[in-house]
Design a protein around this ligand. Structure first.
Ligand SMILES: Nc1ncnc2c1ncn2[C@@H]1O[C@H](COP(=O)(O)OP(=O)(O)O)[C@@H](O)[C@H]1O
Ligand SMILES: N[C@@H](CC(=O)OP(=O)(O)O)C(=O)O
Length: 366
């Protein structure tokens, strides 16, 4: 089966929330077939694992080895996205579309050997370009890459967004469409806070600020990489009518929002110097942390990290867990509050959001 047309490929990402059931693959394949017929352009489609599958593999691994090597963990966890990619390819074939899967070691994306939070070293566009010459759709399992020895590496938890932006960069695409169970970025998680407002346009810097503090909708490194390459991010719903809610680019007014991620943790260190050192070590290892200014406090963003083990392995004195951060962002002003438990964090997020300035007021005030 040969590729479609000669235009710049369309780059789309479908997060795990797009695949709650096996039939979701069939539904998406039909929608992609219709779009290919309409636009006559080849497609690179980045997909994530079905919800919970990556963590299921982690659970299994920890039963076998409580503290596995990072290289083993990366090799195993990335398989969940491979499964998803092949399921979509199978559905596309059945819908009469020529599709192939390019796994991490086949994509031309070479990273360092950090394994669990790997950083890009080289991006060779040739494998993707060649695959798109021969197929209408190239399906890319998100989050995967390989180090220079060909060993599987992982770009980190929820990193399919980053894969999609890297694919767009490799192909010279000006836009990358990120599909999820929400149609865009809201002033707070719409599944946790009542009255959250859709933000139609925002700058890379605002989106990066929201992600840095834990807004799960976009991966922070994906926003930063999109900014570097001037790639517009278009956030869209992952099912018909695939409505697009937020465009992230160099343009956009100031925004106001509240970030709640109950997986994030605030650590209390013995001194400011200790907190600074921990911040620098986490950062060097590719883990998002935010150093709070009003104490020796550090937010470890997004969970999925054995903090005790990390501290031990990196010679950091153990810090005390203070609670869950709830962050208020108004323009460039950021205030982080600390809640004792998830229930309190939700209540606080709602209260802070209720008190946010209306969008028009924010624009006037800044
Ligand atoms: N500010 C926000 N705007 C929109 N969604 C948000 C925000 N903060 C958190 N979210 C959450 O992000 C989720 C989408 O991200 P994720 O679960 O990673 O989706 P996917 O599996 O499609 O990548 C939404 O369901 C929503 O609960
Ligand atoms: N396997 C990845 C999949 C991913 O990136 O998820 P999503 O795009 O749904 O956030 C993970 O669980 O981290």
């Amino acid at each position: 089966m040969t590729g479609t047309g000669t235009g710049t490929p369309v780059v789309l990402k479908f997060g795990g929330s797009s695949f709650p059931t096996a039939s979701a693959y069939t539904g998406l394949a039909a929608a992609l077939r219709d779009r290919i017929r309409e636009e006559q352009r080849p497609m690179a489609v980045v997909v994530s694992a079905m919800p919970g599958e990556t963590e299921k593999l982690r659970g299994l691994l920890h039963q076998v080895a409580p503290q596995p090597e990072d290289s083993t963990t990366a090799g195993l966890l990335t398989l969940a996205d491979t499964v998803s990619a092949h399921l979509l390819a199978a559905a596309l074939h059945r819908a009469g579309i020529g599709a192939t899967v390019l796994a991490g070691h086949q994509q031309g994306l070479v990273t360092d050997s950090t394994f669990m939070w790997a950083k890009t070293e080289r991006l060779d566009p040739a494998p993707l370009r060649e695959a798109l010459t021969d197929h209408q759709v190239v399906v890319v399992p998100g989050g995967q890459a390989a180090d220079r020895h060909g060993r599987p590496t992982w770009l980190g938890k929820n990193s399919s967004d980053l894969s999609a932006v890297l694919v767009a960069a490799a192909l010279g695409a000006g836009t990358c469409e990120i599909h999820s169970d929400v149609d865009g970025v809201y002033s707070a998680d719409p599944n946790a806070v009542e009255g959250a407002r859709l933000l139609p346009a925002m700058t890379y810097d605002t989106a990066a600020l929201l992600s840095l503090h834990g807004a799960k909708v976009l991966h922070r490194r994906s926003v930063r990489t999109a900014k570097q390459h001037g790639i517009r991010l278009v956030c869209r719903l992952n099912r018909a009518p695939f409505s697009s809610g937020t465009v992230i680019s160099a343009e956009g007014g100031p925004a106001a929002g509240v970030v709640l991620n109950t997986k994030s943790t605030v650590l209390a260190h013995a001194s400011a110097a200790e907190a600074d050192r921990a911040h620098s070590v986490f950062h060097t290892e590719g883990i998002d942390t935010v150093r709070l200014e009003d104490g020796p406090h550090l937010v470890v963003v997004g969970g999925y990290l054995d903090i005790d083990r990390f501290q031990r392995e990196h010679g950091l004195p153990p810090a005390r867990e203070l609670g869950i951060p709830v962050t208020e962002i108004v323009g460039s002003r950021v205030t982080t509050h600390i809640a004792a438990d998830p229930g309190q964090a939700r209540e606080l997020a709602q209260k802070l959001h209720d008190a946010l300035p209306e969008p028009a007021t924010v624009v006037r005030a800044l």
